[in-house]
Design a protein around this ligand. Structure first.
Ligand code: COS
Length: 390
């Protein structure tokens, strides 16, 4: 049966996330954007009300929200401010590989750490010379006795400056391409250097840093999943997190659509509100359609995970469509505002800057198309294990 009706609990969760976004995020979002500062007070409050780490299962102290529920939260946070939303969601990305492949001790300790205090973790995949091409990474991990020793640098790491631990991908067999990558849990210690906080175009409230590992040793038990199986773990992680990114993009698009709609009812040109002109009505109509379809694609990709099914193509559909739609809708919102849209005193220029990253992070729109094309032309037959909740 196909049914998009939310349960009363899901509606209440969405309402709670919306209230938080309206009362705690919106009033300060433009200030944090201007200053590019870490929104610590907001993040702490979000942690207290349970809007961080929603994905962590109950046995590790989290609420164990479903992927659909996670998407409901992320759309509201994205509506409030996607920079702050990204900071709030990044623990989900960092801990997804841990939930999928981590040993019980590791999960207890590190998932538990995030639910006991408002702490952060980061996902370390991208390198200066290995963005879309994950297999090109140069960070290495070498086994020495009972430890793994990591060396290398990761860039564009969300929450990197504030993370207490990192999930890090490294080459454990340099000559084996994607079959020579493994994933490790790396606590922050004296051998981990954090630098180069990026000065970004948008999502300026989120922290983005470079992390360097210099002879960083972790116990053998910190290997997540199997040795040399890290690439698949990364792909399975992205299957699980792209619905959340699509939800965040839907939130940006919805915010831009709402601002533009309201403005079009108030702005008078040629003697009538511009909403009376068909030129504007058609822009508003296309915005409404894009928000609606972004949400539908997002929910579908999340629900498949909740049913324990593979969602690779659906999560790429959702991420690609919602990210491109957010960019288009935010750009059109600026168009509806006319010259005022270009001015920082008005809200939509921030949304246009924020939307851009949605087409870039967690796989560019071109990478999503690549995945969609491969899944269409040459579908993988291997069934992955049922989705874990983290
Ligand atoms: N789930 C499980 N396994 C997957 C998978 C998925 N979604 N996608 C691919 N795999 C497996 C393949 O089945 C293949 O397995 P074998 O080793 O058994 O053959 C292996 O992984 C390699 O797959 P593929 O040949 O498709 O890998 P490519 O190197 O061509 O890369 C892309 C594929 C480009 C899609 C991948 O590198 C990618 O997603 N890049 C973008 C990374 C990204 O999003 N970065 C953003 C930063 S992270 S915030």
């Amino acid at each position: 049966m196909v049914d998009f009706t939310l349960t009363d609990e899901q509606k209440a969760l969405r309402e709670m996330a919306h209230e938080f976004a309206a009362k705690e995020i919106r009033p300060v979002a433009w200030e944090y954007d201007r200053d590019g500062t870490w929104p610590e007070a907001v993040l702490r409050k979000a942690w207290e009300v349970g809007l961080m780490n929603a994905h962590i299962p109950e046995q590790y102290g989290g609420p164990g929200a479903s992927y659909l529920e996670g998407a409901l939260i992320e759309e509201e946070l994205g509506w409030g401010c996607s920079g702050i939303g990204t900071s709030l969601a990044a623990n989900g990305l960092a801990t997804a590989p841990l939930g999928l492949g981590g040993g019980e001790e590791l999960k207890k300790r590190y998932l538990g750490m995030l639910t006991e205090a408002p702490l952060f973790a980061s996902f370390c995949l991208t390198e200066p010379d290995a963005g879309s091409d994950v297999s090109g990474m140069r960070t290495t991990a070498v086994k020495r006795g009972n430890t793994w020793v990591l060396n290398g640098s990761k860039c564009f790491i969300t929450n990197g400056s504030y993370a207490s631990f990192y999930t890090v991908y490294a080459k454990t067999d340099r000559d084996a391409g994607h079959r020579g990558i493994s994933c490790f849990l790396v606590p922050r210690d004296g051998t981990v250097t954090v630098d180069k906080k990026e000065d970004k175009m948008g999502q300026r409230a989120s922290n983005t840093a470079t992390i360097t590992f210099n002879e960083t040793a972790v116990p053998a038990g910190h290997l997540i999943g199997e040795e040399n199986k890290g690439f698949k773990l990364a792909m399975m992680t992205l299957d699980r997190t792209r619905p959340g990114v699509a939800a965040m993009a839907t939130g940006i698009a919805r915010a831009a659509f709402e601002f533009a709609t309201e403005y079009s009812k108030q702005r008078v040109q040629f003697g009538v509100p511009i909403a009376m002109h068909q030129a504007i009505q058609f822009i508003i109509a296309d915005m409404a359609t894009k928000v609606h379809l972004s949400r539908l694609a997002t929910w579908h990709s999340a629900v498949l995970l909740d049913q324990g099914r593979r969602n690779t193509i659906e999560s790429s559909h959702a991420k690609r469509f919602a990210a491109d739609a957010a960019m288009e809708v935010a750009t059109d919102a600026v168009q509806v505002y006319g010259g005022y849209g270009f001015i920082k005193d008005y809200p939509v220029e921030k949304l246009m800057r924020d939307a851009k990253i949605m087409q870039l992070y967690e796989g560019t729109s071109q990478i999503q198309r690549l995945v969609i094309a491969r899944e269409t032309l040459l579908p993988r037959r291997v069934m992955e294990p049922a989705a874990a909740t983290a």
